[in-house]
Design a protein around this ligand. Structure first.
Ligand code: MN
Length: 204
């Protein structure tokens, strides 16, 4: 099968002022579509053509660099669009808040650790809140890697912990440069105003 761009649940301008319409438009239609096109080209005529994106990422160590980069790019952005909403922000509640409190002590402590992971990821990459066998954890990855990939852990740059992402923040410059230029910490703060906590909770 061929992968396709998932539908956005909101308009490009709906996340303003936190994420501007032009960035959303370019990010979704150019960057994400580009990963999809390259992924489809890379898997065409191979056994990966019939796999889900999760299956591809779970065995990505045996695939080409193009599959790793573009398969990661497709998965990561698909999650990213879903966990943002014009009515997002605030704090999680219910089971998600309990899981966050259990893993990090408090929501404020979680926010501080997640923001630090996003701010200190050198160059392009992602910060993650993931579900592991031992509860929630924070990690970050370079490029379009993610904690689902069967790549070695504990090496410079790779995810320190593996698990299933339930929240991801894109810290590539293409995600914020038009509006924030070099001020990545401002973008990270703004992201917290659009997080769709109900959607994040559905990943538990
Ligand atoms: Mn991106």
């Amino acid at each position: 099968m061929s992968f396709t761009l998932p539908t956005l649940d909101y308009a490009y301008a709906d996340l303003e002022p936190h994420i501007d319409a032009r960035t959303m438009d370019i990010h979704y239609n150019k960057h994400h579509q580009g990963y999809i096109n390259n992924l489809n080209n890379a898997i065409a005529g191979t056994p990966l053509e019939n796999k889900t994106i999760e299956e591809i990422l779970a065995n990505v160590s045996t695939a080409s660099v193009a599959v790793r980069n573009n398969g990661g790019g497709h998965y990561n952005h698909s999650l990213f669009w879903k966990i943002m909403s014009p009515t997002g922000g605030g704090q999680p509640s219910g089971a998600l808040l309990s899981a966050i409190n259990s893993a990090f002590g408090s929501f404020d402590q979680f926010k501080e650790e997640f923001s630090k992971a996003a701010a200190t990821r050198f160059g392009s990459g992602w910060a993650w809140l993931i579900k592991t066998n031992n509860g929630l954890a924070i990690t970050s990855t370079p490029n379009q890697d993610n904690p689902l990939m069967d790549l070695p852990t504990g090496q410079a740059g790779l995810a320190e912990v593996k698990g299933t992402p339930i929240l991801g923040l894109d810290v590539w410059e293409h995600a914020y440069y038009l509006n924030y230029q070099n001020r990545r910490p401002d973008y990270i703060n703004a992201f917290f105003n659009v997080i769709n906590w109900k959607e994040v909770e559905s990943g538990l």
